[in-house]
Design a protein around this ligand. Sequence first.
Ligand code: SF4
Length: 362
Amino acid sequence: PIVSEKILEAVNEQELIDLAKEKGAAGINIAGLCCTGNELMMRKGIPMAGNHLMTELAIITGAVELIVVDYQCIMPSLVQVGNCYHTKMITTADKARFTGADHVKFEMHNGMEQARKVVKMAIERYSMRNPDRVEIPGEPVDIMTGFSNEALLEAFGGSLTPLIDAIKAGKVRGAVGIVGCNNPKYKHDYCNVNLTRELIKKDILVIVTGCVTTAAGKAGLLVPEAIEQAGPGLKEICGNLGIPPVIHMGSCVDNARILQLAALLANEIGVSISDLPLAASSPEWYSEKAATIGTYAVASGIYTHLGHPPNITGSPIVTNLALGGLDDLVGACFAIEPDPFKAAKLIDERIKLKRKGLGLEE
Ligand code: SF4
């Protein structure tokens, strides 16, 4: 992610910090939104300001000089919202230009130079900030992040054996990746949070990426203390390791890393991914990217829940294939359920089935 990495480097350059101070600012604050924010938070510990349906809320704090768009999941209408304040919108990729935004094209060879230019533009706008309109509501919440596969393995003492033993003993009955977006069709974060809570209660480890992260973080599920909301087995395992029962693994593109973890588990046990007590879910998806990710999860043998179907229901053949036929082909299929409590039951049933298939107690 060249845009976010280079801008982070630029805001830490002394020359630019000094310039911001000259303009009367205390310093330069960078905060993340959506998946680019997830990238920075997971790898660099930069706090997030919100997920997909919170982008307008970030602007109306009146404390944002500039928003930089990488290329996806930012509503073009934000330019108008920014115009009601002093917030400038910058696009960086030719394939994602917005009417009314300034375009500063980032390429591999000029990333640092462009990043400095963008940060300077933000600093120049600081004088336009109206202190009477600045309102930052609520308190920040803490989360524990940084769970790459390497960091997870380290937490498990260097091998997957403790996790496999916990799965065999039924202390961790399975694992589910809950990923993806917010969708205005649902109450904000309702499905993401409730599905997560229901699953950890059932001793199912949850891995989150993307906009689900902010939802889970706000609900207090990404801190070690969240084990109090987990079932007894998961509480014991995560409690011993000092990790939350809901693990943050990064942005939407990091879902491939969850799959890598599934493959490591399958290889270690000597079965196929489709035999493992795993599932994936995107309860509030809106982006075509999320449905695509769901498709590669199913194709890899992971049962995948979506809150609502993609636009395929015009064809009974395609719909039936997605909801069941694929099971015979790849050992997994899609399930559609808007109610997070019912979805948790569906996923739990699937996990029971897979545990039974491995000769384990449900
Ligand atoms: S694809 Fe979905 S989860 Fe990822 S940033 Fe966009 S809205 Fe968020």
